[in-house]
Design a protein around this ligand. Structure first.
Ligand code: ADP
Length: 576
């Protein structure tokens, strides 16, 4: 897709437009900086021919001062334009990063199961950084160097158009090799970005999985894998850099060839007196000064390829659209009741059916326990209700209304989810509880009490202001769960989705968690993935799932009497 037509490219130009006047100012400064080199080489002709050759000693100081002035002007303009452009480029890329993250946050959960966090981090961070760096380089030097080059060409043409033509005679020979090198750089840059993503993934997995890594003595294995990733990265970087270095080298060949040609063609003219020494000096200075900007411009064209490789990856991310969509604003319903129902819901992951025509109702304010073997589809039902996935067939309703008629924020606002892997953020306990919403002290105290968080709050160094640690690691499993319950109490939503912990909490913790859960689910429509006999017994209804189907439904006693799957599951748990 062409860069200029992509919606994100339009955003990009939008960011730049916001700074238009700064860019204009920087461009003027660039033109000043660039044209000083032309002026400089132009000054050499009068210096030689008028001052030295004609012997005008009185003019020496003026010419000297003029040249000095040109250098000062060049320095000042250079600094000013670079500061302005660095700011503009950096702000533009930061905006791109923010917009990109906003876009990524809106993508489906399924997308996140298909992309490793390392690759995503590299796209949002590494690729945008690469774009920003190169872009800053292009903005700050391309204009200056282009103006410089043009002004030097003008001087050269003024001295002798034929010499100029002779000087650039080697240039067309470079077109083909340079195209080949550009393609090589692009390919290597793409590979490099991919390897960078894999390396970040390694790190992400190591830091996430540090406990299993230690427990399984996998340190050496992980170290080796990371070393391999790093070595791949070094190899790819060297290749990209080699490609990038080749482009200015091609310029060296062309310029060297030009020097040779001009010397062979123009040298005899000077000796014959057809040209002055001043003209020759002016021309050669122009050519020598053209050399650096030309190399830099060639280098930029190589960097451009690297930038486009990153830009392609960013665009690919930007082109990924969510499939879990909001209903059109006009057609939106507001949830009124909290009874919920599944109506013939089917869902597959790839070719594997996970839910096959699930139907049942949960009346408002009652508790339904979901039981079934692992993999039966219990968690998937939660995901369907909260629209982390949409079913391929059937529908889920709340208050009789298809959940797809609600705005996603309204829908998710109906639920509190308390699951086995309670996610605590690396913030204080208070922030983990309020999640950015204002909460009164009285409400907080009530929730802490009801969830039995106050029981252990005194043991923490700073009470509610104690840090939870990365992923809540400063708390025990039971404590984390009670924090999650307090969070749900504060959210005070009409529907509750509970995933009971299978991992054994100690008996005291379990009892406290159980009490807290009972308080939490009072008067709320509750769907609980149940592992404990007590929970199942107390539920108003039990739904037994088997391979994505509702196998049985009823109360504890009626299901036991039926002697079906429930009775077997019950036996598995070692229940009497
Ligand atoms: P339960 O909660 O009953 O243990 P789940 O609802 O988590 O079962 O999973 C049901 C089935 O769906 C499992 O076989 C699981 O492997 C599969 N599954 C769940 N999530 C995904 C996913 N994101 N991609 C592919 N398969 C999945």
């Amino acid at each position: 897709m062409s860069a200029s037509r992509h919606p994100f490219a339009r955003l990009w130009t939008g960011y730049l437009r916001r700074h238009l006047w700064w860019i204009v100012l920087a461009a003027v400064l660039m033109a000043v900086e660039g044209s000083t080199v032309g002026a400089l080489s132009y000054m050499l002709e009068p210096m030689f021919d008028v001052v030295f050759v004609a012997g005008r000693a009185d003019l020496i100081v003026w010419i000297g001062l003029a040249i000095f002035g040109l250098f000062v002007l060049r320095g000042v303009a250079g600094v000013a334009q670079r500061i302005i452009m660095a700011r503009v480029a950096f702000e533009a890329s930061s905006r791109l990063q923010q917009d990109l993250l906003a876009h990524v946050l809106g993508l489906d959960s399924a997308y996140f199961s298909s992309q490793s966090p390392g690759q995503l981090i590299e796209r949002v961070q590494g690729d945008v950084q690469a774009i920003q760096q190169i872009w800053t380089g292009i903005l700050t030097s391309a204009g200056r160097d282009a103006v410089g080059l043009v002004s030097l060409m003008v001087v050269a043409i003024m001295v002798d158009p034929i010499w100029t033509l002779v000087a650039i005679i080697g240039a067309p020979l470079l077109v083909l090799p340079s195209l080949i090198v550009q393609r090589y750089i692009r390919r290597k840059s793409v590979a490099l970005r991919d390897i960078a993503g894999r390396r970040t993934t390694r790190l992400d997995e190591i830091f996430h999985g540090i406990t299993p890594i230690k427990l399984n003595a996998m340190e050496a294995y992980q170290r080796d894998r990371f070393r391999t990733a790093t070595e791949d990265m070094v190899r790819a970087t060297v290749r990209t850099q080699a490609g990038q270095a080749t482009v200015p080298a091609l310029v060296d060949f062309a310029v060297g060839f030009g020097f040779l040609a001009v010397l062979l063609y123009g040298g005899p003219q000077i000796i014959a007196g057809e040209k002055t020494i001043g003209q020759f000096m002016s021309f050669f200075t122009a050519m020598s000064l053209a050399f650096q900007p030309l190399r830099r411009l060639a280098g930029l064209s190589a960097n451009w390829q690297t930038m486009m490789a990153s830009l392609d990856r960013v665009y690919a991310l930007a082109d990924t659209v969510p499939t879990i969509l909001e209903p059109p604003t006009a057609a939106r319903a507001r949830p009124a009741r909290s009874d919920l129902a599944f109506e013939d819901v089917s869902l597959s992951y790839g070719d594997t059916p996970v839910l096959r025509g699930v139907s049942f109702e949960v009346p408002q304010g009652t508790t339904t326990a979901l039981v079934g073997l692992s993999g039966a589809g219990k968690s998937t039902l939660f995901n369907v209700l909260t629209r982390l996935v949409d079913p391929v067939g059937g529908r889920a309703t709340i208050g009789g209304q298809d959940i797809r008629d609600f705005s996603i924020a309204d829908l998710r606002g109906l639920f509190s989810v308390v699951s086995q892997e309670t996610l605590l953020f690396d913030e204080t306990l208070r922030e983990n509880l309020t999640l950015g919403r204002p909460v009164s002290d009285a409400d907080m105290a009530r929730a802490l009490e009801a969830a039995h968080v106050s029981d252990f709050l005194g043991d923490l160094p700073a009470g509610l202001d104690s840090p939870a640690g990365p992923r809540g690691s400063n708390l025990s499993g039971g404590q984390r769960q009670r924090v999650a319950i307090a969070r749900a109490l504060l959210r005070d939503t009409p529907i509750l989705l509970l995933d009971e912990a299978t991992s054994a909490l100690d008996t005291k913790s379990e009892r406290l968690v159980q009490q807290a859960l009972t308080r939490l689910s009072a008067n709320r429509t509750t769907l609980v993935i149940a592992h404990r006999l007590s929970t199942v017994r107390d539920a108003d209804q039990i739904v037994v799932l088997d391979q994505g189907r509702v196998a049985e439904r009823g109360s504890h006693d009626s299901l036991l009497a039926a002697k079906g799957l429930y009775t077997q599951l019950h036996g598995l748990q070692g229940a009497p």
